[in-house]
Design a binder for this molecule. Structure first.
Ligand code: ADP
Ligand code: MG
Length: 362
């Protein structure tokens, strides 16, 4: 187990493009932290810098309190698992897992003990004599993780390890990774572009965008209090509903919002952290589960575009007059509107998010 500290970390490639633009972050010992962000935002680059596979252009990296910028990858005490499993095809599962221990000069009984223990944790004991080609995708990924476990690293780095698996296997492996973290209690950094993986796996999530950190926090903190429009839009599926509004009246106990065509949107009793300006424009955000369908004369008017059935609930897609698309998650399956029908929408004021013109939370 080890803690990790990043201080002013930057990465510039030879062509002058800056990919990582100053990262400050402390990861606690034993923490499971998830780096999430859109493709190309620099997650893999940062992970590879922590691993020592990519040079750090500026800033300091500390592993277990020790400055690590110049420490060779093999001496950093970490193990990395990639999206591509990169198993040796001619070796058995046992030999694949034993390889690094053999290279580091451990004896036969030490190696057997370590491999058997890792195989037991991953429930692949019955596969040890097979070759990678005789394994399923999920089993191969488990071997790749096993190869990391046997080295007893102080820090695990995962770069989108489940991306090649089908949906149901991904769910299963997610649960197994959580279990693995509980069992080993080793610090883990896990990179993904998948917000569901981030929400379910992380003790804390770091949301990246274009080489910068947008927000760091526990999954629910980020979901319930996104610091800005980017985080609000990135976490949650279907996406949060966003609407341009004007604060039509601002009193101590109540704020009335209108949309840009002057239609009433919401009467809000929420105490925002910052003071609102009467007449100012904001973006109002409300997640699909916090919007409800009401009588037409009671809410914002819209037209039902279509209804998506999820089994336990439905997503009703509604188009507003000004063209804004909204989604409503409802469990009232017996009271669904027809396509083309006019509906009223009400936003739960206790779960309304408000952002200023710069996109920052009010
Ligand atoms: N060797 C390189 N030279 C120049 N640019 C690179 C190099 N490697 C990666 N990049 C760029 O860095 C950006 C971040 O890449 P990456 O860290 O792989 O993103 P992510 O893992 O978040 O999808 C991308 O725009 C990519 O094109
Ligand atoms: Mg990547």
């Amino acid at each position: 187990m080890t803690n990790v500290k990043l201080q002013g970390i930057r990465k510039q490639y030879g062509d002058g493009s800056e990919i990582i633009k100053g990262i400050d972050l402390e990861i606690q010992e034993g923490e499971f932290i998830v780096f999430v962000g859109p493709s190309g935002c620099g997650k893999s680059t940062l992970l590879r810098m922590i691993a020592g596979l990519e040079e750090i252009s500026a800033g300091e990296l500390y592993l277990g309190g020790q400055l690590a910028n110049e420490i060779a990858p093999a001496k950093r005490g970490l193990a990395m698992v990639f999206q591509s499993y990169a198993l040796y095809p001619h070796m058995s599962v046992f030999e694949n897992m034993a390889f690094s221990l053999k290279m580091s000069g451990q004896n036969k009984s030490q190696i057997e003990t370590a491999v058997n223990k890792a195989a037991a944790i991953l429930q692949i004991e019955h596969l040890l004599q097979r070759k990678p080609k005789d394994l399923s995708g999920g089993q191969r990924q488990r071997v790749a993780i096993g190869r990391a476990i046997v080295r007893q690293p102080k820090l695990f780095l995962f770069d989108e390890p489940l991306s090649n698996l089908d949906a149901s296997l991904r769910v299963q492996m997610r649960i197994e990774l959580s279990r693995l973290h509980q069992e080993l209690a080793t610090t883990m950094i896990y990179v993904t572009h998948d917000q569901v993986e981030a929400m379910t796996l992380g003790d804390r999530i770091v949301v990246f965008n274009a080489g910068r950190i947008e927000q760091v926090g526990k999954p629910l903190e980020l979901y319930e209090k996104p610091a800005n429009l980017f985080v609000a839009g990135f976490l949650g599926a279907p996406k949060i509903n966003l609407l341009s509004v004007v604060a039509e009246s601002v009193a101590d106990d109540e704020i009335v919002f209108q949309n840009l065509t002057g239609e009433f949107v919401q009467r809000s009793k929420v105490n925002f952290e910052r003071k609102l300006q009467k007449g100012a424009g904001y973006t109002l955000g409300c997640r699909p589960e916090h919007v409800s369908l009401v009588d037409i004369d009671q809410g914002m008017k819209g037209v039902c575009q279509f209804v998506e059935h999820l089994g336990d609930s439905c997503i009703v897609y509604v188009g507003l007059k000004d063209g804004t698309a909204m989604s409503v998650k409802t469990q009232q399956l017996h009271r669904l509107p027809e396509k083309g029908q006019e509906v009223g929408l009400a936003f739960d004021s206790a779960h309304t998010h408000l952002f200023d013109e710069a996109g920052l939370r009010m």
